[in-house]
Design a protein around this ligand. Sequence first.
Ligand code: ADP
Length: 376
Amino acid sequence: MSPRIRKYAVALITVALAWAVDILLEEKFSESSAGLYLAAALVSTWQGGLGPGLLAIGATIGLNLAFANHRELSLAVGAYGYERIMLFTGIALVVTSLVDRIRRNQQQLADLNAQLEDKVKQRTAALNESNRQLEAFCYTLAHDWRAPLRAVEGVANLLASEHPPKLDADTTAAVRRIRNSAERMGRLILDLLAYTDLSREDFQKTVVDLNSVTRKVLCVYSDEIERAGAEISVELPATRVMADPAGVERVLMNLVANALKFSRPDRRLCVRICSEKEPPNVRVSVVDNGIGIDSRYCERIFGVFERLSPQDNRTGTGIGLAIVKRSVEKMGGAVGVESTLGKGSRFWFSLGAAPQPSESLPSQVTTERHRETVEA
Ligand code: ADP
């Protein structure tokens, strides 16, 4: 049966049902209950549109007229019967056309929504494609720049190491500037490559033990920690996340490096690495009492090449936090920062929690204990 015919059949069946119920209820109500037929007309319109609705009204009128003189068949017209039929017809027509209009509006809205979703999907695909091309371009550019840069660096190094007595002061200063710039550009290129590499990298999801990653990271930075005389504390009651081990390590490396780098010279640096359960995630924070960040820039610093105080941070490239954000997002997590200028910052990332071990792990590792671990 075609859908169109089915809609009209539904209208007739609905009226027949209303008629059957009306006959069953006849004992209770001495008159025919017009509400049932009105409901039949509404249901038919809602299901199939104006045509089936009008058919339901027509069928109701036909039944009324056909059985006008048979009270036992319920649709007896009775007293003021024809007036009631006319009233029913008027009300049914008005209500049916209203329902039909609402139905068509809803249909249009659903169509528009579907079109909008389609457009959003197309635009997102186009955007992703152009992002991919842009990243491929950046990657190629960064890759190809390394060779000429190495040549510049090589020549500058040669000049500085082999000909210092022959060079006057101005030339020596110029060579030093070339070397510094080449070195900085080399760092930028490497960071850019690391950033673009993230889009190619496949992140796995396994159980990562935050304790061992933190230990590894602190071990890498042990010299800097020692030099800064920093107090490091680790509180990791929630120790396991579902993530990529190298990804988590990279994120922690960047956050700890920044905490060590952006310290205040006038107070002892304290860095706390802690975690808390935030079902279904675990939130890991790196808290410092360093220079802090103006809240206006807290979003911005996660962008590529964003640096707030380049004069205090000559070695920085402004890519570290962009790498952090992209890595965490690729692992299905989120990152953020809460900071007060001059007081310190709390950089956090949250990742899906993995089943935690039942035994309780060491809850606090102070600088001394950290040293023990590093030395061991
Ligand atoms: P980089 O450290 O190479 O400059 P990042 O992307 O890691 O780049 O950081 C971007 C900027 O965010 C930094 O230049 C600095 O201004 C700010 N920043 C990052 N971490 C901290 C921190 N712990 N305390 C204060 N400022 C920070």
